[in-house]
Design a protein around this ligand. Structure first.
Ligand code: S3P
Length: 177
């Protein structure tokens, strides 16, 4: 069975911006870097863009300004991607939850959901102090359940979490090849 599922048609024009969507620990940054290399694109982590623009870390934004302000900055950062060409962008795990963000992403690029089991995601982020929304396993299971149907609206879904990042990137690159 093919690991990737195409959920919509794609055009040459908007393939120039590829957005990786998925839960904390799905490997969006690691796979995104590999994918960018495969395609000869540049790579951007949206949380880094937010942090850079705000002049402080994601944890500090959550702690001092609150999640709504983080989400506003996140939306602005996505908007700022519309002028980029040939770029792979790793979105934060909550970025695709906003209706506005999804509408914008549909107009500026293609989205790929890295859909891996919760255990796979948690094994990578357990104990990470830099993720303000990271909770215990039960809380993460609830959050992923709340988000799954929305992630599934991405243009493509990749479900082979056990493959190394470079092989995953290779499979995704073939979608755009
Ligand atoms: C978030 C995930 C984080 C970061 C922020 C909120 C979320 O990114 O954007 O802490 O809502 O799931 P990662 O998915 O890279 O951990």
């Amino acid at each position: 069975m093919s690991p990737e599922t195409q959920n919509s048609s794609n055009s040459q024009e908007d393939e120039a911006r590829i957005f990786l969507v998925g839960f904390m620990g799905a490997g969006k940054t690691t796979v995104g870097r590999e994918l960018a290399q495969h395609l000869g694109y540049r790579f951007i982590d949206l949380d880094d863009v937010i942090s850079c623009r705000a002049g402080t870390s994601v944890q500090q934004i959550f702690a001092e300004l609150g999640e709504p302000e983080f989400r506003r900055l996140e939306r602005e950062a996505i908007q700022s991607c519309s002028g980029l060409n040939g770029t792979v962008i790793a979105l934060g795990g909550g970025a695709y939850m906003s209706v506005c963000n999804r509408a914008l992403l549909r107009t500026i690029g293609k989205t790929i959901w890295l859909s891996f089991p919760l255990e796979v995601c948690l094994s990578r982020v357990r104990g990470d102090q830099t993720r303000p929304l990271l909770g215990d396993e039960a809380a993460m299971a609830v959050l992923l359940d709340q988000r799954r149907a929305t992630y599934a609206q991405a243009d493509f879904t990749i479900q082979t979490g056990e493959l190394p990042p470079n092989q995953l990137a290779n499979q995704i690159a073939r979608i755009f090849g």
